[in-house]
Design a protein around this ligand. Structure first.
Ligand code: DX5
Ligand code: ZN
Length: 221
C-alpha cells in the first residue's frame, strides 16, 4: 500500500517559504507536517501562530500539526482556527488525554497521540479505539536531521498488533530520521504515514524524493 507522505516544514527554507510551499503544492505529498515546539516540552523553539496562519493561506495540502508543547489541550481551538486538519499531542504532555482527544475531534479535526522513544505503546491500550492516529517518535523530539532509532521497528510491530487487538482505526505515523532506505522497511512493519524533513528538503530534487517515499512499497522485498 502507498504510504501517506507528510514533508516536515521544519527543514524548509524560512527565508523563502513561498518557494518550498509551492513545491509541496505541486508535489505528490499528502499532508504538510508542522512542528510546534515551546522550548519546555522539548529543548528547542520552532514557530507559532503567525507562521501557521501565513502558511495556511498558501498551502493546498492538509495541515498535520504536531504539538511538542506543554498543556497542548489549552490551544486546540486556536489550532483549528489556524487550519489544522490533524492535531497530534504528546502522551507525555497531557494529564487528561481522553478529554483532550475528544475535544480535538469535537472541533472537527483528526486526533493523534504521539509517544516519545522511551514511552511504551502498551500505555495506549485503553484509548486506542478512540484515536485517529498514533505518532511514534523515531528520534528524540526537538530537532530535524537526527539519526533514526533502530529499535523503533519492534515498537511499530507491537503497536500494529495492539491496533488489531483493540479494533482501533488509528493510522501509524513515524517521525524522525525517515529516509529513502528505511521507508520500505517502515511500511513493511506497518507504518501508514511517513514524516520526512531533512530527507525531502535536503535532497537535490525534493519533489522526486517525495515520489520515492510514496512509492517505497514497491521496493519491499
Ligand atoms: C522532530 C520533529 C520532526 C522533524 C523530523 O522533533 O518532530 O517532524 O521535522 O525531521 P527529520 O525528518 O529531518 O528527522
Ligand atoms: Zn514532527
Amino acid at each position: 500500500m502507498q504510504a501517506i507522505v507528510a514533508p516536515s516544514l521544519l527543514s524548509a527554507n524560512f527565508g523563502n517559504l513561498d518557494a518550498d510551499i509551492e513545491m509541496i503544492n505541486n508535489s505528490s505529498a499528502d499532508w504538510l507536517h508542522i512542528d510546534v515546539m515551546d522550548g519546555v516540552f522539548v529543548p528547542n523553539i520552532s514557530f507559532g501562530f503567525p507562521v501557521l496562519d501565513a502558511v495556511r493561506k498558501k498551502t493546498k495540502k492538509p495541515l498535520d500539526v504536531h504539538l511538542m508543547i506543554v498543556n497542548p489541550e489549552n490551544y486546540t481551538e486556536r489550532f483549528r482556527e489556524a487550519g489544522a486538519s490533524v492535531l497530534t499531542l504528546h502522551y507525555e504532555a497531557v494529564d487528561h488525554l481522553d478529554s483532550a482527544v475528544r475535544q480535538i475531534q469535537s472541533l472537527g479535526m483528526k486526533a493523534g497521540v504521539s509517544l516519545n522513544p522511551h514511552t511504551p505503546v502498551s500505555l495506549l491500550e485503553e484509548i486506542l479505539p478512540l484515536l485517529d492516529m498514533v505518532l511514534l517518535m523515531t528520534v528524540n523530539p526537538g530537532f530535524g536531521g537526527q539519526t533514526f532509532i533502530e529499535s523503533s521497528y519492534n515498537k511499530i510491530r507491537k503497536l500494529k498488533e495492539l491496533i488489531k487487538e483493540t479494533a482501533s482505526p488509528a493510522l501509524i505515523q513515524v517521525d524522525g530520521g525517515v529516509d529513502i532506505n528505511n521507508a520500505p522497511l517502515l511500511v513493511q512493519a506497518g507504518v501508514n504515514v511517513l514524516v520526512a524533513g531533512n530527507t525531502v528538503f535536503g535532497s537535490d530534487n525534493p519533489s522526486e524524493t517525495i515520489n520515492s517515499l510514496k512509492n517505497c512499497h514497491k521496493r519491499i522485498t
